[in-house]
Design a protein around this ligand. Structure first.
Ligand SMILES: [Zn+2]
Length: 205
């Protein structure tokens, strides 16, 4: 059994090496795009611009666990930064997100501890500053705050923080409106999310 697994893994590595060389030659993969598993979000990810230029990490709530919590996240980030040498990492949240609804409705004791570690900061910000809002408003602002918290989580990875510090990688936060199809990008100068002039097409360039 182990021999079969090893053969399969070796074949996978050969394929990966071929693809990696191909990618390096053609310089196709420029962006690591971290997004949610919700179906509406997938449409955004499958946009032509992302499909051709991005390596996608898709999970529940577009999260990155803080460094040390997830081998999977660490492998993905280090592969993208050190092997693919992406020049941008994008975290993209979206409205009407099941993960945000789950965060504010589920019993915390039932939540996966690694997932909770990723979103705890989001939860605390909303409870501290937006507790007087109704649930819909809470979820909307939680979507934005969660994107910013995941960007902070990204920077806990030495490979990412070093690349950002050296100017090799930019990190960017987006929120996709699953009703209108508009993308909003975080402007650090304005300290708020602004609507992209050219929706969907130009938010990640
Ligand atoms: Zn979602």
């Amino acid at each position: 059994m182990m021999a079969i697994v090893k053969q399969t893994f070796d074949r996978y590595l050969k394929v990966l090496k071929f693809d990696k060389d191909n990618v390096a030659e053609q310089n196709q993969i420029e962006t690591l795009f971290i997004c949610c598993s919700d179906w509406a979000h997938s449409q955004c990810v499958m946009h032509k611009q992302y499909r051709e230029n991005a390596f996608a990490l898709q999970n529940f709530g577009n999260t990155i666990a803080p460094f040390g919590y997830s081998d999977s996240d660490q492998r993905t980030l280090e592969f993208c930064v050190n092997v693919l040498k992406v020049n941008k990492i994008v975290v993209c949240g979206h409205t009407a997100c099941f993960a945000m609804k789950y965060l504010f409705s589920a019993d915390r004791s039932e939540m996966n501890q690694y997932w909770w570690a990723s979103v705890e900061q989001t939860y605390n910000i909303i409870e501290q500053y937006y507790s007087d809002r109704d649930m819909e408003a809470k979820l909307n602002v939680a979507t934005q705050e969660n994107v910013l918290c995941q960007l902070k989580n990204l920077l806990t990875y030495p490979a990412v923080s070093q690349a950002v510090g050296q100017g090799r990688i930019q990190i960017e936060g987006l929120v996709y409106d699953s009703v209108t199809g508009q993308l909003h990008y975080y402007d650090p100068q304005e300290e708020q999310f602004l609507q992209s002039i050219d929706p969907v097409m130009s938010a990640v360039v």
